[in-house]
Design a protein around this ligand. Sequence first.
Ligand SMILES: Nc1ncnc2c1ncn2[C@@H]1O[C@H](COP(=O)(O)OP(=O)(O)OP(=O)(O)O)[C@@H](O)[C@H]1O
Ligand SMILES: [Mg+2]
Length: 238
Amino acid sequence: MTAPLLRMESVNAYYGRFQALHGVSLEVGEGEAVVLLGANGAGKTTLLRALSGLVRAEGRITFGGTPILGRRPEWIVRRGMSHVPQGRGCFADLTVEENLRVGAFTRRDPAGVARDIRRWYEVFPRLGERRDQPAGQMSGGEQQMLAIARALMSRPRLLLLDEPSLGLARMITEGLFQRLREINERDGTALLLVEQNAELALGLARRAYVIAAGHIERSGPAERLRADDAIRRTYLGL
Ligand SMILES: Nc1ncnc2c1ncn2[C@@H]1O[C@H](COP(=O)(O)OP(=O)(O)OP(=O)(O)O)[C@@H](O)[C@H]1O
Ligand SMILES: [Mg+2]
């Protein structure tokens, strides 16, 4: 078997003296969609932040076979990992188009960047209609789409998504997940998705991990976790 695109082995992460991740191991294959479930405070955001070099961590993380733990966040983006943080994270004072250009900071192909901007305007038509408007003046759902499109402007091999559906209406969320499915299946972009809407997330992902109190508690095929009684009660509200 070839090495997975992303491999975390025995990773600990800290905020000051507080240890938020305890020996976390997780893999994402090339082009795979993986979901990470867990209660509030379990360590989901911290796990994504450890991957992106945004929190102090120890252990081993390789991406495309290269060790990345301890590298700077910009370096990790250049290697092909892009992060949509919890709570969006658009530049409110920049226009929609300026936000997309910022997302392409790693690239030196202006024609390709222009093509990709047009493409995301087609995928997310609201962004095209509002291209000259400050991002901060858009609705929550529109800003979430912009945050995702901006992360995709670096043409990542792996997209990290931290609760993309937070605060969105059900219909908007379903549309968003449809777009994510296309990005995964057509472009082959691997996804590591943190999501409260476990039902939708398990429908998109092939495999899932469950994190509790900074430990990986369960992992396996999405279908199997979906059928598990404890998971259904805790995360699916069934
Ligand atoms: N900046 C910080 N400083 C100190 N402790 C933090 C910080 N951020 C998070 N923590 C702690 O780390 C633990 C994991 O937090 P994390 O944000 O990763 O949880 P989460 O699973 O993403 O939760 P949620 O579903 O609420 O977003 C929690 O106990 C939290 O209180
Ligand atoms: Mg979080």
